[in-house]
Design a protein around this ligand. Sequence first.
Ligand code: SAH
Length: 341
Amino acid sequence: MMKHIYGYTIEDLKDYLASIQAKPFRANQLIEWLYRHKIKDFNEITNMKKEFLQTLKNDFVLDELQLVQQQNSADGTMKFLFRLIDGNLIETVLMKHVYGYSVCVTTEVGCNMGCAFCASGMKKKLRNLETYEMILQILMVEQITGLKISHVVVMGIGEPFDNYENVLKFLHIINYPLGLEIGARHITVSTCGLVDKIYSYSNFDLQVNLAISLHAPTNQLRNEIMPINKAYPLEELVKAISFYIKKTNRRVTIEYILLKDFNDTLECANQLADLLHGLNVYINLIPYNEVKEKHYKRSSLDAMHAFYDQLKKRSLNVTLRREQGSDIDAACGQLRSKHMK
Ligand code: SAH
């Protein structure tokens, strides 16, 4: 059976090389050919023998994703709809920033978390993405646009901690110095709050940023919009975040979507400040991208600024996220769900 080489970590490559009695240093060379030179055929490799390249060709496939649709926004955001080998569709988003280009990576086909405001969860999870399918999202975006990606956010469709092993492999592979070389501090993984995985993740060896989708300051409100809160209520989530911060000495990002007349009152701002009191966190307030099928509305600018000011007053680190790509279905899962109707 053909193996997907973009899913191979350096250790996997070394194991493979050992199994065919080849030297382990070939692993580094392969990483360089795959991710720096971006070969389309093993025959492009110039520093390995022909028979060895034939063995690679027999064992591995250099996969691609099929581009089904591309949407370009006036602000430089691009959205890509890709078809996987088994026919499933996924979305990948490219964003332009002053500091470089970031890609928002999808981790699952669909999502089981069922957040009430989110378009991704309208389609149940069909399967996890394999590591190579996550890697290919970055390679394809670089290939299509000719750009070098400097930042990665694992915030596309799916819950990354519900596909934990594959996502961690993905993070290792994009970080290799001889490969895509995306700095750990330039990578952010976002979770809706799988508490057991937050504990495991505190042992992860890369300095990747962690973001938590909090979106509500009380269990009552959070239960209404995020089913995961019933499994892991706020007290447990905050305890896990606090443990993670102590263990890793890293600041955690708290994501908070502002939903009109739901979680955007000053009372909510104060409850949020109380909840996060004393934690080394950074709050990212997010304007809601409205989803046609959902009844939630974006907060008014006034409400967003008042919420922001209140958190500032309470001495929290907070920013109001600049919105991107709202003219192109960039809200999570919207392009995919349109295509599947
Ligand atoms: N499952 C992970 C990662 C994917 S979602 C998580 O929950 O964190 C990435 C972020 O986008 C989450 O904070 C999610 O709540 C938010 N999001 C989902 N739908 C949105 C929408 N319509 N508008 C704004 N943010 C949204």
